[in-house]
Design a protein around this ligand. Structure first.
Ligand SMILES: Cc1ncc(COP(=O)(O)O)c(C=O)c1O
Length: 440
């Protein structure tokens, strides 16, 4: 099956930011970016919520459906064998993209399911499931799970529930007044009781890249496992799970040019081998009687039921597209926009950019509060100009509460974002303040 590339392949071997001309060429691959909203050309600044898909991705899904569609790992007929082959090739593509081995990648429907898979597997182990092999994963009263106050709810609530199911304690690394992780508190919190440390690589509200190495070092010295939420990093930065030395990492296809309904869990092989399943049913077993079942090795052990094959194939096409453009180039392109958003918005009187005081690398994402104007009104004003941004708490209520607000407006970029669009957001926010009047 042919995997399409961007119309004009970039030079992925440099790490220079994309030029304006390159971005304009790229945009031609994204049909939705040619559309209008409210009488204006669409300026899509909401890629942090979900990204847009290039033709290569749309075509890959359609091509699979029109030429290869069959259930994988089940049938013996030719189509089923070919479908299984491209499904497994797609897994290999994800594995290479994050620096893992093929059998260390488990397909899930999104990152949320990937995190729940780990949490439920640990609680199943804690009930004695998985036998002796899973004994090292059991947790209970006296054990601690550590997460942070800046997490997306997807990386918080599964741990609250795991603690409730097992009697373990959930501890939360607090934020300082800027919104940065209190690493001094983390150093005291992470200790011999800690069994797992789960944190986000890049905050979906602040856009800062967290110091993974420091948190991993604390977890390692405590003998704890590490789960990295890579939802907001995998689309925007080169990612290598071995170099980062994490045990688990999760990602969502729809945030990295892929379709919705597909995500992935990276798990260190030895851990996946020890883990009991989360979902059970067809396709994950060897032998079944009416009273018990034996399970396949990973990754199939964690892939119960009919799989999302066309979505997996399309995600692989998205990754091929990202690689063809060059992850270092995408990172450089977006880092410049992140800085510009922080600078430009902070210069407007009455605008507070969340986390602007944090001295860490950033991706192209900034959330802000406009004094006296509700984020929904700011978002509505920008929408009238054809600018799509996210408003609300971005599934991060504890972070907003810590910063003393209930909601914010978020602008987030991607490889197809232009400088003019970033400037339009900054000008649009200034316009919103003039329109509503500060303190309205
Ligand atoms: C940092 C982070 N983690 C997890 C998620 C959850 O992703 P999904 O809803 O695709 O499972 C998101 C989505 O916004 C996110 O930004």
């Amino acid at each position: 099956m042919s995997l399409l590339r961007p119309a004009d392949a970039m030079d992925p071997l440099t790490d220079a930011p994309l030029t304006d001309a390159e971005v304009r060429r790229l945009r031609e691959d994204f049909p939705i970016l040619q559309t209008e909203v409210n009488g204006h050309p669409l300026s899509y600044l909401d890629s942090g919520a979900t990204s847009q898909r290039p033709l290569a991705v749309l075509d890959a899904e359609r091509e699979f459906a029109t030429t290869l569609n069959a259930a994988v790992h089940r049938g013996a007929h030719t189509l089923a064998a070919e479908a299984t082959e491209v499904f497994e090739e797609a897994r290999a593509t994800v594995a290479r993209f994050v620096g893992a081995a093929e059998d260390e990648i488990v397909w899930t429907s999104n990152a949320t399911e990937a995190i729940n898979l780990v949490a439920y597997s640990i609680s199943n182990a804690s009930l004695g499931r998985g036998g002796d092999a899973a004994a090292g994963l059991r947790i209970g009263p006296g054990d601690e799970i550590v997460t942070t106050e800046m997490e997306h709810h997807a990386n918080l609530i599964p741990w609250q529930e795991l603690a409730a199911r097992t009697g373990a304690t959930l501890r939360v690394i607090p934020l300082d007044d800027h919104g940065a992780l209190r690493l001094d508190v983390a150093a005291e919190m992470i200790g011999e009781r800690t069994r797992l440390v789960a944190f986000t690589h890049v905050s979906n509200v602040l856009g800062v890249v967290n110091p993974v190495d420091q948190l991993v070092a604390l977890a390692r010295s405590a003998g704890a496992l590490v789960l990295l939420d890579a939802c907001q990093s995998a689309p925007h930065l080169p990612l290598d799970v071995r170099a980062l030395d994490v045990d688990f990492a999760v990602l969502s296809g729809h945030k990295m040019l892929g379709p919705s309904g597909i995500g992935a869990l990276y798990g260190r092989r030895a851990l996946l081998e020890a883990m009991p399943p989360f979902l059970t049913g067809g396709s994950m077993i060897t032998t079944v009687t009416t009273t018990e079942a034996e399970y396949l090795p990973p990754p199939q052990r964690f892939e119960a039921g009919t799989q999302r094959v066309s979505q997996a194939v399309a995600l692989a096409a998205a990754i091929d597209y990202l690689i063809a453009v060059g992850m270092p180039r995408i990172a450089a392109h977006e880092a410049a926009f992140g800085r510009r958003l922080v600078e430009g918005l902070s210069a407007i009187e009455g605008v507070q950019v969340l986390g602007s005081g944090i001295d860490l690398p950033r991706v192209g994402l900034a959330s802000f509060d406009v004094a006296g104007i509700h984020s929904h009104d700011v978002g509505q004003y920008l929408d009238d100009l054809g600018i799509a941004v996210r408003v609300g708490h971005h599934c991060a209520q504890p972070l907003h509460r810590r910063l003393g607000i209930t909601s914010s407006t978020r602008a987030s970029t991607y490889l197809y974002t232009t400088e003019a669009e970033v400037e339009a957001v900054v000008d649009g926010v200034a316009g919103a303040i003039r329109f509503f009047g500060r303190g309205a």
